[in-house]
Design a protein around this ligand. Structure first.
Ligand code: NDP
Ligand code: ZN
Length: 354
């Protein structure tokens, strides 16, 4: 048996005992070295965003050490220190062959941890398709940094990919929690000129400046479209990345886009049934304004690439790590921090072992 921190049912969490996961031929069983709770865990438990789940161990951000591999696994063995993305697709699926591995097995079904199976907040966790989804943890990447490579970096960077950021673009980033901050960093690396960031927590504003944001507005100071149009002399922005807010955020963002503009959405819309597209703001149907929303791609190649940005000093994720805990038993405290979002929080991390 093993211990894990679980969603007991919608709105309820607690420690449970569960059978240790079983290793299939292509799988690995991993003991976590560090884990981090995510806003998505909060949507899952307290907003019922995935529907009801019973006694499901939470967590999808972590790194660890391999304790067991299946007979078909080639590149990993017990004792290896590994990184793993929050999204662990089946790389031999049709969806993966068509370029959408994150939807392998159905829409969003590449997201397995704390969704279709137990997550990483257990004494052990299961990784499917180990050769496709694990990556060796480089010596010069810390366990805390590796946790940020599970989700915050690949998701935030996917926002910049989905928005198709080009040199010189003026970019609006809605939401500068840890995901949006990584979108700011990615937009900056892709050559954005002006980056207008939306958020109110001072700690996030300071971090966003460090990652390349040039202007700041608050969603509490009036409609976003009005504020963005004022800042840009009525022209609007080339691209927008949405990493915060709710279904109501799209209307002002579409209005704030130039014709031909693109929105990259990585925000998990935890509530509400519909998104309103403003008819006039969308060019009465002919404004060439695109919305690309996507779950981040997981997988080994991507996590290795993104880790290289840390290894070679191009990206520092440490400004995200505002709250650090030592010891497995602190997972509960860290998750509740994520739920309550004190104003000095960006991201908590729990180090279990170095
Ligand atoms: P946070 O809650 O830390 O940050 C949210 C940001 O949005 C904050 O800057 C907040 O501002 C801002 N915000 C809140 N309300 C509004 C509003 N009405 N209008 C505009 N901005 C607003 O979240 P995270 O960075 O942790 O995560 C962001 C989203 O990404 C979450 O929904 C999460 O579930 C999702 N996600 C998606 C993944 C994917 O694969 N697509 C993976 C991981 C996460 P303030 O400063 O006031 O708090
Ligand atoms: Zn996450």
């Amino acid at each position: 048996m093993m211990k894990g921190y679980a969603m007991l049912s919608t709105g309820k969490t607690g420690w449970i005992q569960k059978e240790k996961p079983v290793c299939g031929p292509k799988d690995a069983i991993v003991r976590p070295l560090a884990v981090s709770p995510c806003t998505s865990d909060v949507h899952t438990v307290w907003e019922g965003a995935l529907g009801d789940r019973h006694n499901m161990i939470l967590g999808h951000e972590g790194c660890g050490v391999v304790v067991e591999v299946g007979a078909a696994v080639k590149d990993f063995k017990p004792g290896d220190r590994i990184m793993v993305a929050a999204i662990t697709p089946d790389w031999d699926s049709i969806e993966a062959q068509e370029g959408y591995a994150m939807h392998s097995g159905g829409m969003l079904a590449g997201w397995k941890f704390s969704n279709f199976k137990d997550g990483v907040f257990g004494e052990y966790f299961h990784v499917n398709d180990a050769d496709g989804n694990l990556a060796h943890l480089p010596d010069n990447v810390t366990v805390e940094e590796a946790c940020m490579l599970s989700d915050m970096v690949p998701t935030g960077f996917h926002g910049a990919e989905l928005a198709d950021i080009q040199f010189g673009d003026t970019v609006l980033v809605v939401g500068i929690g840890p995901v949006g901050l990584m979108s700011v960093a990615a937009a900056n690396m892709r050559g954005a000129s002006r980056i207008i960031a939306v958020g109110t927590r001072q700690v996030c504003i300071d971090a966003a400046k460090g990652y390349g944001a040039t202007d700041f507005i608050s969603y509490k100071d009036g409609p976003l479209d009005e504020q963005v149009l004022k800042l840009t002399n009525g022209k609007g922005v080339d691209k927008a990345i949405v990493a915060g807010g709710g279904v109501e955020t799209f209307e002002p963002v579409i209005n704030a886009l130039k014709p031909g503009g693109k929105i990259g959405n990585v925000n998990y819309l935890g509530g509400g049934d519909y998104i309103n597209i403003p008819r006039v703001g969308w060019g009465v149907g002919m404004g060439h304004k695109q919305i690309n929303g996507g779950l981040m791609p997981g997988g080994r190649a991507r996590i290795e690439r993104l880790a290289r940005l840390i290894q070679y000093g191009k990206l520092d994720v440490n400004p995200l790590l505002t709250h650090k805990f030592e010891g497995f038993d602190h997972i509960e405290e860290a998750l509740f921090l994520m739920k309550d979002k004190p104003r000095d929080l960006i991201k908590p991390v729990v180090v279990i072992e170095r």
